[in-house]
Design a protein around this ligand. Sequence first.
Ligand SMILES: Nc1ncnc2c1ncn2[C@@H]1O[C@H](COP(=O)(O)OP(=O)(O)OP(=O)(O)O)[C@@H](O)[C@H]1O
Ligand SMILES: [Mg+2]
Length: 252
Amino acid sequence: MTSSLTLEGVSAARGGDRIWTDGSFSIGLGAIVGVIGPNGSGKTTLLQMMLGLLPVASGTLTVLGEPPRRGNPRIGYVPQNYTAEIGESIRCRDLVTLGRTGARWGLGGRSGADRASVDAALDAVSAQGFADRRLSQISGGQQQRVAIAQALVGDPDLLLLDEPLANLDVRHQHEIVELLRDVHAQREVTIFVVVHDLNPLLSILDGAIYLLDGHAHYGAIGDVVDSELLTHLYDTPIKVVRTAQGDLFTRS
Ligand SMILES: Nc1ncnc2c1ncn2[C@@H]1O[C@H](COP(=O)(O)OP(=O)(O)OP(=O)(O)O)[C@@H](O)[C@H]1O
Ligand SMILES: [Mg+2]
């Protein structure tokens, strides 16, 4: 297996409506990949197809060299609006344990190995300091850390994060980006991350999937960060600026 995601003539549909068509590309293992596109363009839909939660409308999609299947333990997932879906009264450590014990949750079967991997995941995201608080008692940035710990606890080969920077201020966005950089370096995991603003992630992305004019495309990050492409994608003027230090950013 050499690819994290391969699409051959893939189309996505929901409730009979085509969302996007003609996805044909292959992305290697070990990359950090952005998924970008306007609201409603089908970013979450793509992740749901990779997770086997939604069938492909046509074509062939393989994830980590296999057809998508529900509950694939090789994939860690943080859904969009994670906190709203999960409820706020659960303790952070229990939430992370849920990622490890899955179906065994509630049956009391938590082994020493489970506890060790929960601790390792909490360590990886620097969340031990608030692990015994409830989700309602920590900040949005801390909640996002706990969510990533839950996705990491099964030691996945692929991490799918749907808008992990939403509702975070610039400093907390930066902290999550640094966290992704560290997790990627330490765990050899491929990371797909849905974002609206590419700027905070530019330094860590290898490439991006972009949903443009009803089609899915993939490009290396240097090709995607292009004034004309981003202006077309977001339907608003966007400039790509490179500073003397070599930093790249976009602005409207
Ligand atoms: N459960 C559903 N049933 C039917 N249609 C849906 C469902 N969820 C989303 N859609 C539609 O599918 C399209 C793609 O939605 P999706 O959630 O994948 O977009 P997105 O790119 O993730 O958007 P956002 O940036 O707002 O999160 C939208 O037109 C949306 O209205
Ligand atoms: Mg979405």
